[in-house]
Design a protein around this ligand. Structure first.
Ligand SMILES: [Zn+2]
Ligand SMILES: [Zn+2]
Length: 258
């Protein structure tokens, strides 16, 4: 059985934020429930895994699960919190003597290589704009609005009638951009704040109040919110739609119909 594992559930800065002494950050510092690595997940199929995104906490995330290597990775976009671990993965591939496989839309590849020009020696960059099949999953990807931070991509996975979507970095999506989410069994959506008061033009990720409206439209069977900043304190009770769960580091979700 395939299981989704949350390697990281934090926003770009993670939790705790180095400069911050708020209640959430202090609780996280003591190893509490709010400690969040940068956002990343993997699909564990029992004998191997397929990861999505590789931020700067990648090394500690692999240690957390006891994994000694990683063969395959999907990348949503080339922001540091989603690709900052690539040089360490490439080094690991070099020492293990194998080439990693990185799947991402074609336009993302040159942006990654501009930042880390040496990665191509140890990682094959494979464009996946037209979708692909991996471990029996039909995987499709499409571009999503990332507000003031430009764009990201979302991934949609389908196997044996079970459909789920991973969309950590997006905001103000158009109907065309939400179309592939309709009727998903599981939607994993990034929500950096419960309510973000900042001017919309300065923002880049949904908050939970906007996400509730999105869920009314796309009606997933259930949703998990991730990519959360120190604004979100998991010890509090938030008003959320039914069948929404806030992700916790290390959380596992079976990818089968309930
Ligand atoms: Zn991000
Ligand atoms: Zn981003």
């Amino acid at each position: 059985m395939d299981t989704l594992v949350f390697l990281g559930t934090g926003d770009a800065m993670g939790v705790p934020r180095v400069y911050c002494s708020c209640d959430t950050c202090m609780e996280a510092r003591e190893g509490g429930v709010n400690a969040r690595f940068r956002s990343s997940v993997l699909i564990d199929n029992g004998s191997g895994f397929l990861a999505i995104d590789c931020g700067p906490d990648w090394r500690r995330q692999m240690e957390m699960l006891g994994h000694r290597g990683m063969q395959r990775l999907l990348v949503t976009h080339a922001h540091f919190d989603h690709i900052g671990g690539l040089p360490e993965w490439a080094d690991a591939c070099r020492w293990m003597g194998h080439k990693g496989e990185l799947y991402t839309p074609a336009e993302v590849i040159p942006i990654i290589l501009r930042q880390y020009p040496w990665l191509g020696s140890h990682i094959n960059m494979i464009p996946c704009d037209d979708g692909m099949e991996l471990d029996g999953w039909r995987i499709d990807t499409w571009k999503v609005n990332h507000g003031k931070n430009g764009y990201s991509y979302a991934f949609r996975f389908e196997k044996a009638g079970f459909k789920w979507v991973y969309c950590p970095d997006s905001i103000s999506l158009t109907p065309a951009e939400t179309n592939p989410m309709h009727g998903a069994d599981l939607l994993v959506l990034g929500t950096s704040f419960y309510y973000e008061a900042a001017e919309l033009s300065t923002r880049s990720v949904y908050d939970m109040t906007e996400a509730a409206e999105l869920l009314e439209t796309v009606k997933p069977h259930r949703a998990v919110y991730t990519h959360m900043s120190h604004d979100v304190d998991l010890r509090k009770d938030y008003i959320l739609p039914e069948r929404v769960t806030l992700a916790v580091t290390g959380m596992r979700v079976p990818l089968v119909k309930e």
